[in-house]
Design a protein around this ligand. Sequence first.
Ligand SMILES: Nc1ncnc2c1ncn2[C@@H]1O[C@H](COP(=O)(O)OP(=O)(O)OP(=O)(O)O)[C@@H](O)[C@H]1O
Ligand code: SF4
Ligand SMILES: [Mg+2]
Length: 379
Amino acid sequence: MRMQAAHTPPPGGAPPDRPGRDTPASGGEAGRRGEAGREMAAERRAGSTAPVLAVDDLWVRFRTEDGPFDAVRGVTFDVNPGETVALVGESGCGKSVMALSIMRLLPEPQAQIRRGRILFEGQDLARASERAMRQIRGNRIAMIFQEPMTSLNPVYTCGEQVAEAIRTHRRCSRKEARELALEAFRQVGITDPERRLDQFPHELSGGLRQRVMIAMAIACRPQLIIADEPTTALDVTIQAQILDLLRDLQARLGTSILFITHDLGVVAEMADRVVVMYAGEVVEQGPVQAIFRRPGHPYTAGLFRSIPRRDTPRKAPLPAIEGVVPHPSRRPPGCPFAPRCPEARGVCREQPAPWVELGDGHGARCWVHVEEAREVTAR
Ligand SMILES: Nc1ncnc2c1ncn2[C@@H]1O[C@H](COP(=O)(O)OP(=O)(O)OP(=O)(O)O)[C@@H](O)[C@H]1O
Ligand code: SF4
Ligand SMILES: [Mg+2]
């Protein structure tokens, strides 16, 4: 076990060997599909070791009428080629601010990156010009949002919008762009794609609109897709179809995915590695099976307890983590999870917890491991 400075989680972990399926969300056909996807991702990583995205000690500050606060605090993680990394945490933990920082879509000047790097294929996006970002957004990094209606323009047809996105980054005629849009519609499984091209967003169901967004995202063959709660607004059946689609596209196209969700069931299906955020900082990260097998942070353990198990009686209440995430301007001293933590001890309320490596790319920011280390030393 090795301790690091409190703000520096280790770089990305080793490729998973075998997915741990002895978890609350485990088992079933979907689980096996996740396993196949993970194997393919591991094979792709074997050919290329440099991360597609390396976020390094990133701090994002908001300046509001009530004063400044840091919504993202020293976040460090990698996304490797062909890998899906899940960014997990409750509402208000800083997941979307993190995603918007990568895309440089923060509401500036109110929000600003004040420290750290966002290395994308070697280029630091934290310092890239707006011109450079326009070349990257939608082309080399694409984003899928929770609610497609907010991203699709209601006055243009779906086909026009996808074709226009293609023409922003590729030199081609309108006719060629429409052909490419049609091809993208086919790839994301939109039935009757010629007709759908000429329909307006409001004429499509929520699931179809999300497929259009995914078609737009993959049309320029990005290296990285950031999906921010892409299925939260959909009903369960459509949600499963969209997750299947994303997994399938990733296997075929080799795209890396940063998958933002508060749903650990989805994480089990989708992710190779998991980054858990709490109150703006990374509190745990590691290969998905290591985290599911033995969560290293009481917050992650609490998130696991609050997802339904197959053997949970239908009407049994799920244990939720009591309390709420503190607003970044009202963080308690010491560990921000201490007021909600069943394992909190004296030191937790006074000093920020250090980052502790637990092995094989798995680490957590918690005093528990330091205490354990001391006990071992004393023996
Ligand atoms: N434009 C903004 N102005 C002021 N504060 C903001 C703004 N956007 C986000 N915040 C604050 O930053 C913190 C992180 O918000 P963020 O949207 O990243 O959370 P999240 O983890 O994505 O939550 P959710 O699961 O609800 O989407 C929150 O405390 C939020 O109130
Ligand atoms: S550092 Fe202390 S309060 Fe924070 S999660 Fe660990 S045990 Fe709980
Ligand atoms: Mg969000």
